[in-house]
Design a protein around this ligand. Structure first.
Ligand SMILES: [Zn+2]
Ligand SMILES: [Zn+2]
Length: 124
């Protein structure tokens, strides 16, 4: 197997096994358990490729550090302002919103991301 493919698979495995929406640095720490010699640059580059392949998605809202997750059906997020954890919300995504924005602006809307903020149960 090509080295690149192997690296990408390990990164994807890390993301499929978590619900914590890790940052690139956290992914790097995890990937190193399997591939101790991998460089941070390689992890960043592969995250980029995986994103282009639409195998993973990135959450980068309001200029915060990007967080990644394996591609799933689109969903909203809740970010705790104290501990910084990001949770998936079991809330239907409003597809009408894309249509409304598209109609108003003439832009082609592919999707939207929404993030709710506040305090998680542990931090309240
Ligand atoms: Zn919290
Ligand atoms: Zn998510």
């Amino acid at each position: 197997m090509r080295r690149d493919t192997k690296q990408r698979e390990v990164i994807l495995k890390v993301l499929r096994n978590t619900r914590s929406h890790p940052t690139a640095d956290q992914i790097y720490d995890d990937v190193r358990k399997d591939l101790p010699n991998i460089s941070k640059g390689t992890v960043y580059r592969n995250l980029q490729v995986l994103q282009e392949d639409k195998a993973i998605s990135a959450l980068n809202i309001n200029g915060t550090q990007s967080r990644y997750e394996a591609k799933r059906e689109s969903h909203y997020h809740f970010r705790c302002e104290k501990c910084g954890r990001v949770f998936d919300l079991d809330e239907p995504v409003d597809k009408e919103l894309n249509k409304r924005v598209s109609k108003k602006t003439g832009f082609t809307v592919s999707h939207h991301q929404m993030e709710f903020r506040g305090l998680c149960k542990d931090c309240q």
